[in-house]
Design a protein. Structure first.
Length: 395
């Protein structure tokens, strides 16, 4: 890839896997949480650094705050690009800004073709903003996962965060930043999910095991749930929607978590070869498995049973997310359905591979991908259905 980018609930024992989802209306919503084990939060982001509560509770507080902010700001703040800091070009110039957005679109097309195709149905303004957010997320992930990852230190992430503050204050460093600066000046996008994604990358630098689902949930929020929270203010909620803002944000969070859990299940072998195990250690132990079994990479009945539970949990998060998609603005629904249906099918593919995610990479073939697009389009035609007030599901 281009060098430009590079520089830069847990449940009770008899019910081992459960999630309790929520959707409410008019600010009266409540949320129930699974009980999860304690974890050290000393260096986590202050917004969610409270060890006495579960990750779900703390993340849900961020959701509520984001929903309140979007209601408050509606059309964004009056920030304008500030040129105190020298840049290579004048990005307040319409042509340069437009070139910056085009470049974001190219990066998006190069990395995520199907998703790029999905954005084509969105209004031009929204599509550009989503591209800018996409590129920032991709660059952030590249810091810890790209070819220069071995040189990345917590200090480098601190600098990336400082640069993020500059972007939000209208002081972009380069054209990708300029596109994001412009986006956050136009849409009620808050900095918190961006900071939290950087926090997820910090976690990746220092942690390679997750004791329980509570810890894993927090990681998934940081690196993926945040994407949902960044995207909703741009995608917009349908004017016909009667669902509460927080319930839509909650669904967006669930989609990010579902995607990341799916990523983790698909990449078990690949991650283990990098010394990483993103599976809850307590659930592995309950299934009679350990890290050794993962490094050995043999598909056994114990492994199959364990995987069935993990897949089931990921599907529950997808179900949770599905309830929110129809509440989005009509033009935003198609790309979200497309990405949801495609990602969800990776889980089917893991099953079709007889749970061999050690040496076989689960993927969705071209035909299935193509068939998903009209299926997504059909679903996108369905408008707001009103999220039920509270949904509680246990497996
Ligand atoms: C109401 C409702 C359901 C609204 C929809 C909200 C919405 C658009 C949610 C998007 C969820 C989403 C696409 C999350 C991304 C999850 C993800 C895959 C995160 C990856 C993290 C790190 O993973 P890892 O390193 O293990 O994996 P790789 O091997 O590196 O792949 C990420 C890579 C973090 C970076 C995330 C991105 C680059 C994706 C950013 C995407 C967008 C901004 C666009 C989202 C919009 C649509 C239409 C899907
Ligand atoms: Mn990555």
């Amino acid at each position: 890839m281009s060098g430009v980018l590079l520089w830069v609930s847990c449940g009770p024992k008899e019910n081992p896997i459960s999630i309790v989802g929520v959707a409410g209306r008019g600010g009266r919503s409540q949320k129930r949480f699974g009980l999860c084990n304690g974890i050290s939060f000393a260096s986590f982001s202050p917004a969610i650094a409270d060890p006495s509560r579960s990750s779900e509770e703390r993340v849900y507080e961020v959701v509520l705050k984001q929903a309140a902010l979007v209601k408050e700001k509606k059309k964004g703040t009056e920030r304008t690009l500030n040129l105190d800091k020298p840049m290579e070009g004048d990005f307040t110039n319409g042509d340069l800004l437009s070139a910056a957005y085009d470049r974001c679109g190219e990066v998006c097309a190069e990395y995520a073709k199907t998703f790029y195709l999905g954005t084509q149905l969105m209004t031009q303004e929204r599509r550009k903003a989503i591209w800018a957010i996409y590129v920032w997320c991709r660059r952030t992930d590249e810091l810890v996962d790209g070819p220069n990852a071995s040189h990345i230190t917590p200090k480098a992430l601190d600098r990336w965060q400082q640069r993020l503050y500059d972007v939000f204050e209208g002081r972009p460093y380069d054209m990708y930043d300029a596109a994001l600066s412009d986006t956050v000046s136009k849409y009620p996008v808050d900095i918190q999910p961006f900071k939290d994604m950087i926090e997820g990358m910090r976690l990746d630098l220092r942690k390679s095991r997750y004791n329980n689902f509570d810890e894993l949930y927090l990681y998934c929020y940081y690196v993926a749930g945040t994407v949902g929270l960044m995207s909703v203010p741009v995608m917009g909620i349908s004017p016909e929607s009667k669902a509460s803002t927080e319930s839509v944000y909650n669904a967006a969070l669930a989609l990010g978590i579902a995607n990341q859990l799916t990523n983790i299940l698909r990449d078990v072998g690949e991650d283990s070869r990098r010394g990483r195990v993103y599976l809850p250690q307590d659930e592995l132990a309950q299934a009679g498995l350990s890290d050794e079994d993962i490094f050995r990479g043999k598909v056994t009945d114990k492994w199959r049973n364990f995987m069935k539970g993990q897949i089931q949990r990921a599907r529950m998060f997808f179900d949770e997310a599905e309830k929110g998609v129809s509440e989005l603005n009509s033009a935003s629904r198609w790309p979200v359905w497309a990405s949801l249906l495609l990602y969800r099918q990776i889980l089917d593919s893991i099953e079709a591979n007889d749970y061999n995610n050690f040496t076989k990479r689960a993927y969705v073939g071209k035909v299935k991908k193509l068939l998903s697009l009209p299926a997504a389009y059909g679903r996108a035609l369905l408008g707001p259905q009103n999220l039920t007030k509270m949904v509680t599901r246990k497996v």
